[in-house]
Design a protein around this ligand. Structure first.
Ligand code: HEC
Ligand code: HEC
Length: 272
């Protein structure tokens, strides 16, 4: 599990901040218990002074309090992290600022002109893909990005893409070889969300012929993709299986460089 980047500030302040948050949480739970009904969001910004801690909100949890640096709601913070996790940031730029590829629009501004309903629809079902795309298209995320995550992404976009502590893309280390770079790229570009950890596959894609997103490991994969060129070709071009809600392989040419694709293949070569 990668943790957010953490300023190595005063350990004591961090400890105090952590216990303060624990107290707020305990108090919140007690209050909720005493009052005996769920009064909606706890929108209390847990301001931690200089604000250098990032509260790690483990796996599927929707997270408790807010982050250290921005006064954003837990939902907006969750959306900012989803924007990184699902590689929206790799195509649309960090915080939706654009500038990655001429084929992908910036989202700041644009998101304000779309309704919540339109944004939800585009994330879940894409923007309409042709069967043989020649440039990047908006992927279909139905079933990959959860409904809660889609709502959080929309809330984050509508909030104007605020900076959120720890919601930053992974840095690819240099000088450690192609397989290491590829391992990090596999997470940074969100391949892992569809092809699973270590390329094991099995992520549901119920209306596709295979009913799952294919693995990038194992005998069948190796038999079909038996040269680096074949793997590189499908990463560049993508592969559209069908219309939404079927999830297809995105088109990564102009997003990923030739070197990055070679590094991804070096990583895939090291899988079982
Ligand atoms: C592989 C690159 C890629 C990724 C990853 C990606 N997008 Fe897109 N997105 C596009 C492209 C290209 C378009 C323009 C429409 C088209 O050509 O399909 C687009 C369009 C959009 C639009 C509509 C903008 C308009 O023109 O009305 C929204 C909103 C959006 N994306 C949000 C997201 C979010 C949120 C994520 C992450 C869950 C995401 N995108 C991930 C490539 C990408
Ligand atoms: C939105 C989900 C999604 C994402 C993200 C995604 N893929 Fe795919 N990928 C697919 C699907 C679905 C297929 C199957 C396409 C087909 O059968 O024609 C596929 C096919 C492939 C294949 C060919 C394997 C096969 O059996 O068809 C390779 C290689 C591949 N993807 C690599 C990657 C890499 C590398 C990344 C990250 C840069 C990535 N994918 C990101 C959904 C995804």
């Amino acid at each position: 599990m990668e943790s957010g980047r953490r300023n190595h500030g005063d350990a004591a302040i961090v400890a105090i901040a952590v216990s303060a948050i624990a107290l707020v949480v305990v108090a919140g739970v007690l209050t909720g218990y005493v009052i005996g009904h769920n009064n909606g969001h706890t929108a209390t910004p847990a301001s931690t002074g200089s604000g250098s801690t990032s509260v790690s909100t483990g796996g599927g949890s929707t997270g408790g309090s807010t982050t250290g640096t921005s006064n954003v709601s837990a939902q907006v913070a969750f959306g900012a992290h989803a924007f990184v996790q699902f590689a929206c940031a790799q195509c649309h730029g960090e915080q939706g600022a654009g500038g990655v590829s001429p084929d992908v629009p910036a989202l700041q501004g644009l998101a304000q002109s779309l309704t919540v309903k339109q944004l939800t629809q585009i994330i879940e079902h894409g923007a309409g893909v042709s069967s043989n795309p020649t440039k990047p298209f908006m992927p279909i995320w139905h079933g990959i990005v959860s409904k809660h995550q889609i709502s959080a992404l929309v809330a984050y976009m509508k909030a104007g893409f605020p900076a959120v502590d720890g919601a930053t893309s992974l840095t690819v280390p240099t000088g450690q070889g192609g397989a290491v770079a590829g391992l990090i790229l596999y997470q940074r570009y969100g391949c892992i969300n569809c092809h699973g950890p270590n390329g094991l596959g099995g992520v549901p894609n119920p209306q596709s012929p295979d009913t799952v997103v294919p693995p990038l490991s194992g005998k069948d994969f190796r038999a079909q993709f038996n040269t680096p060129q074949k793997i590189a070709d499908v990463i560049r071009s993508g592969s559209v299986i069908g219309k939404a809600p079927i999830v297809s392989m995105p088109h990564w040419a102009t997003i990923l460089s030739d070197q990055q694709i070679a590094e991804l293949i070096a990583y895939i070569d090291n899988l079982s």
